[in-house]
Ligand binder design. Structure first.
Ligand SMILES: Cc1cc2nc3c(=O)[nH]c(=O)nc-3n(C[C@H](O)[C@H](O)[C@H](O)COP(=O)(O)O)c2cc1C
Length: 366
């Protein structure tokens, strides 16, 4: 036994003599960097995405390079027909990695693929961007912990207005990216937008292609939510699993009559206490705009989290042409000054249910 220990330590000593010191350090650095990618992913996987589809996949190429792909089967192309919002989500994921990397002394350079829109066809993963890690002296600005704390709140809000100090902070972030953040506390306007959103959601749900796509991402039981670790869990939507199941799978019952009225009432009630509506306007025409918008949106959302503010995106109004026209009329906004691409209610609420995420191993490409 003793002899065996001696032989092993003798071999290690010899190896130590034969391997130059520089190589030992290089090896240690590599190991450290490999684990940095994993650590970045462990934060970035908490990034938000439309319907919680989490389309991202990562291949670690080297200690300083990783390739980001997307899964075409996770692109919800009916509700996001240009894939703009899924690209925004991919960019939010990169921004989460950037924020985490900066806290560890690195910046990430991203070189994007030229594909103008995401392609939802086929089974093969599709390339999105090359990511390079580079050391920096820059100081961290946002705490990565916020990435894990951030949530969407679809709960009732408490009726208090968001302070002008916070609104100014959000406006300043938008301005850095050439966008405008506008917030209203006008009671009638807030009420009208809630109503417009809820009516539009009901109308869109009557469309078969929308409903088919939604049914793929709805999680009506705890078991399904926990197993799949993606999609919209009924607890996050703050409705009963049974109600959600019936609404999606027996939708004909909700097309008219008392069930429809009741659903509208439920939707309206779920938004009680909303004191502020806000929207973002700016460049939103092509892939580069969507990538920039995603980075900005992530920073704005984390800034809300840092200030104990929740938000709830009201995407249906923006992605439904007749509803958007109505909104633009209501707020007297002309899009020649920049596209209105994001509408949210914003405020204070109880802590919402944390939604699931895929594990790091599910995101990694071997
Ligand atoms: C670009 C984008 C658009 C979104 N649009 C909507 C929306 O229209 N309605 C909604 O309820 N949630 C929307 N969400 C929120 C996502 O559904 C949510 O982030 C996801 O389910 C994960 O939940 P979490 O934010 O609580 O972690 C959107 C998120 C992103 C990133």
């Amino acid at each position: 036994m003793r002899r065996r220990t001696f032989i092993i330590s003798g071999v290690s000593l010899l190896a130590g003599i034969m391997v130059p010191f520089g190589n030992i350090f290089a090896y240690r650095k590599d190991e450290e960097n490999e684990s940095i990618w994993l650590e970045l992913l462990d934060y970035a996987r908490w990034s938000p995405s439309p319907h919680n589809v989490q389309p991202w996949k990562i291949k670690i190429i080297s200690p300083v390079e990783a390739h980001l792909y997307y899964d075409p089967s996770r692109v919800p192309i009916v509700v996001d027909n240009t894939s703009a919002f899924t690209i925004v989500g991919m960019a939010m994921f990169i921004e989460c990695m950037r924020i985490t990397a900066l806290a560890k002394g690195y910046v990430i350079d991203a070189i994007h693929d030229k594909e103008p829109r995401l392609n939802p066809e086929g089974k093969e993963l599709r390339f999105f961007a090359k990511l390079h890690l580079r050391q920096t002296d820059k100081k961290k600005d946002l705490d990565p912990q916020l990435i894990k704390e951030r949530r969407t709140s679809r709960l009732q809000y408490d009726g208090k207005k968001v302070s002008p100090v916070i609104i100014n902070k959000l406006s300043a972030i938008a301005a850095e990216y050439g966008h405008t953040f506008t917030c209203t506390a006008d009671n009638n306007l807030v009420h009208d937008i809630v109503n417009l959103n809820n009516e539009t959601e009901l109308k869109r749900a009557d469309e078969k292609p929308t409903m088919n796509e939604m049914s793929r991402w709805i999680r009506t039981t705890d078991k399904e939510a926990e197993e799949k670790k993606d999609g919209l869990w009924y607890r996050c939507l703050d409705v009963s699993g049974k109600m959600l199941h019936n609404f999606i799978y027996h939708h004909q019952r909700f097309r008219s009559g008392w069930k429809r009225m009741l659903t509208k009432k439920m939707l309206d009630k779920s938004m009680h206490g909303t004191a502020n509506m806000a929207w973002i306007t700016g460049p939103f025409r092509n892939r580069n705009d969507w990538v920039q918008a995603g980075a900005m949106l992530q920073r704005m959302w984390l800034t809300m989290t840092a200030n104990n503010i929740y938000m709830h995106p009201l995407g249906t109004v923006v992605t439904t042409s007749y509803a958007k026209e109505e909104l633009l009329k209501r707020i007297s906004y002309n899009e020649s000054k920049g596209e209105l691409w994001f509408l949210i209610r914003i405020g204070h609420s109880n802590e919402p249910q944390k939604s699931y995420r895929l594990d790091v191993k599910d995101i990694l490409i071997a």
